[in-house]
Design a protein around this ligand. Structure first.
Ligand SMILES: [Zn+2]
Length: 104
């Protein structure tokens, strides 16, 4: 188990003095928030700022158990999943592990 990332929400903040685009988190005593990350491209700062929410919502989606009603898979894990949801969930779990620094 790795250390957790800085709790969100994160936001794309003003550029730092050296011109880097920043990702920040609210912090008492820091007018513009505390810097979590700096990027060359503003689009990368925007994408990184969404990470805490993306992790949270992916975890919520992966906990959802009422799937496969349309492909007939249901709760029977011996039947094949023809809707592709299990493969998508496996990829989502792998991405989550990568983002959280955990073994897949
Ligand atoms: Zn399915």
């Amino acid at each position: 188990m790795s250390a957790q990332h800085t709790p969100g929400p994160w936001f794309q903040g003003p550029q730092s003095a050296n011109g880097w685009h920043t990702v920040r988190v609210e912090d008492v005593g820091c007018t513009n928030g505390r810097i979590v990350a700096e990027t060359v491209e503003p689009e990368d700062a925007r994408a990184i700022a969404a990470l805490p929410e993306l992790i949270q919502t992916m975890e919520e989606l992966l906990r959802y158990e009422g799937h496969h009603v349309y492909c007939g898979h249901g709760d029977d894990m011996d039947k094949p999943c023809v809707c592709g949801l299990i493969a998508k969930q496996d990829r989502a779990r792998a991405a989550l592990c990568k983002a959280k620094g955990e073994a897949a």
